[in-house]
Design a protein around this ligand. Structure first.
Ligand SMILES: [Zn+2]
Length: 201
């Protein structure tokens, strides 16, 4: 299994490509820079699904280009996040030049402890980590932990936006901390992937 990080220069937000040497299926975590994704996946690649950590604009703004190119791609997210994909006020794109309303309809509501098979013997596990936003999810695949904006190494979690909650965030950070082992590779919503562990709380 391979995890690649695609960065959007303006927003610094990350999209992650999860692929396998043996299969053409591709999975994504968040979808900012879709063209950056396209450049990095082969022509035979088939994007099966995207897992959304939360609905803020910088993590979803490539979603319509993605669905246009891969109409069968499923969008996996928390119920609250799915709602926000269709609301420019919730996803904050209201304040940007090109507001985002999701054009697609293939959404899959996911919640705590759901397990979605990605490849043979590899599955993605879902953890609810609210605090930055109500619908924030963290995803675990193998040794990789996709934390979105619920945990970015060396950066204080933003809890002041609508849907943010400081107390919930502290519980989520403790939960994320308990999942980290020396082998864990943290894949945050912004900035670099990191394998520094057990030192953030
Ligand atoms: Zn955010």
């Amino acid at each position: 299994m391979l995890v690649q990080q695609i960065v959007h220069q303006a927003f610094t937000s990350n999209t992650y490509i999860i692929s396998s040497e043996k299969e053409d299926d591709i999975w994504l975590v968040d979808i900012g820079n879709f063209y950056g994704v396209l450049e990095n996946i082969g022509n035979n690649a088939n994007v099966k699904g995207v897992f959304i950590t939360h609905y803020h604009y910088d993590h979803i703004y490539g979603i319509n280009e993605l669905i246009e190119k891969y109409p069968n791609c499923k969008v996996y997210a928390a119920a609250h996040t799915i709602e926000g994909l269709y609301s420019v006020k919730m996803n904050l794109s209201f304040y940007h030049e090109s507001p985002i309303i999701f054009n697609g309809s293939i959404t899959v509501e996911i919640k705590e402890n759901d397990k979605i098979p990605l490849f043979e013997n590899i599955q993605l596990q879902v953890f609810e980590t609210p605090g930055h936003n109500t619908g924030c999810l963290t995803f675990k695949v193998d040794n990789y932990l996709f934390t979105g904006d619920s945990y970015i190494p060396n950066i204080d979690v933003v809890t002041k936006l609508k849907g943010g909650n400081k107390e919930a965030n502290l519980l989520s950070l403790a939960k994320i901390n308990s999942m980290i082992t020396p082998q864990t590779i943290i894949c945050p919503g912004h900035f670099e992937m990191s394998n520094k562990s057990k030192d953030f709380i």
